[in-house]
Design a protein around this ligand. Structure first.
Ligand code: OGA
Ligand code: NI
Length: 371
């Protein structure tokens, strides 16, 4: 039986994806081979490209920025100052779902070290990187171009090293090129994650340790994203339009070029890198347990002629290596007659399985669990 044109195109695409995946060299491998045009698997659909100019803010004419929150007073015993910070966190979480933090307590040397570690990992000989190339989610350390390469509409112009930190540490499993630097960053970002969950709990009118007691920060995962310079950035995408699935994300980005964009009033707005700052965003699970009070906003990363752009996203997504039978639902204290429950309960194992079965551009967890 002759297959339709669509089926032929699909088969052709799968073949190209497979060939690319089998190089185990990622997008950087393509660029190192001296590419001048991007392969078809990375070209966004024409309808999407046609929409693009309508959707992008001209940042030269707007001063709009996601809120920047100074955390320097969070440790002081001054209750008023802490209240002011909590109020800023509440407003930012309800409206944008995104903000940047400065004076967060992680030394600049640790941030720069982490970026440097990712650069070193990616710059080393491809044979060394291949040892980590895998899509097996049971592996605590895995390198690939993107987890949804075979399911997404457009392949992402990036390579990602994923490192899971949960349970006892196994430093020997980490690549030597970034081992110490990633361990050090992980230690600091975990502390910041917990103090952010404290502020977020208070911003919901709950006790400081409420979200931590729900095991929201039980383990975390680093996605070290490496976006090589792209010869045709207007046709490609670094990471497609998505919202993060977990509770909370802390994102570190290098300073060379903008890339991260957030959806604001239907248009894409750049999140400008600020030296020493970290981006914080609310994920789908936190929107769900806050019964919709906090917002998990859509975002993406563009590509550029300038590169590499490096980012490290730290996801706090609950006890993924622990009790997968854990159930999350809207927090009782936040539900009342005036505020009825808007989401149903989630079984963590089912939530993760749903997420992994498709691509981030086709599945939005929150729609699925809405009542
Ligand atoms: C992510 C993400 C954006 C970036 O990894 O979920 O949104 O700037 N990354 O790399
Ligand atoms: Ni994201």
């Amino acid at each position: 039986m002759a297959s339709s044109v669509d089926e032929q195109q699909y088969d052709e695409r799968m073949k190209m994806l497979k060939a690319f995946d089998e190089t185990k060299a990622g997008v950087k491998g393509l660029m190192d081979s001296g590419l001048l045009k991007i392969p078809n698997i990375f070209v966004r659909p024409s309808e999407e490209l046609a929409q693009e100019s309508l959707l992008t803010y001209k940042n030269t004419t707007t001063q709009i920025q996601v809120p920047v929150i100074d955390l320097s007073d969070i440790q002081s015993n001054n209750a008023d100052k802490r209240k002011q910070i909590v109020e800023q966190v509440r407003i930012a979480s309800e409206t944008w779902g995104f903000f940047q933090v400065v004076n967060h307590g992680i030394p600049l040397t640790v941030l720069d070290g982490m970026i440097d570690g990712v650069r070193k990992f990616n710059d080393q000989d491809v044979m060394e990187k291949k040892k980590y190339y895998s899509r097996d989610i049971k592996r605590r350390v895995r390198f690939n171009s993107s987890y949804d390469l075979f399911t997404s509409t457009t392949a992402s112009w990036k390579d990602t090293l994923t490192i899971s930190f949960s349970g006892p540490a196994h430093p020997e499993e980490l690549p030597p090129s970034c081992r110490e630097l990633a361990m050090e960053y992980s230690k600091h970002v975990e502390i910041l994650g917990n103090s952010m969950l404290g502020l977020l709990s208070e911003a919901l009118g709950l006790k400081t340790d409420h979200l931590e007691n729900m095991e929201c920060s039980e383990g975390h995962r680093l996605h070290c994203n490496y976006y090589p310079a792209c010869p045709e950035p207007q046709l490609a995408i670094g990471i497609t339009n998505h919202s993060d699935a977990g509770f909370l994300t802390i994102l570190l980005q290098n300073q060379i070029v903008t890339g991260l964009q957030v959806l604001h009033q239907g248009q894409w707005l750049d999140i400008q890198p600020i030296p020493g700052a970290l981006v914080i965003n609310i994920g789908d699970l936190l929107q769900l347990v806050s019964n919709g009070k906090f917002r998990s906003n859509e975002h993406r990363a563009t590509t550029s002629h300038i590169g590499p752009r490096i980012s490290v996203a730290c996801f706090f997504s609950g006890p993924l290596n622990g009790d997968m039978n854990k159930i999350y639902g809207p927090i009782e204290e936040l539900i009342s007659e005036e505020n009825p429950r808007v989401y149903r309960n989630v079984l963590l194992s089912e939530y993760v399985a749903n997420f992994l079965s498709t691509s981030m551009d086709k599945y939005r967890a929150l729609d699925y669990y809405k009542l």
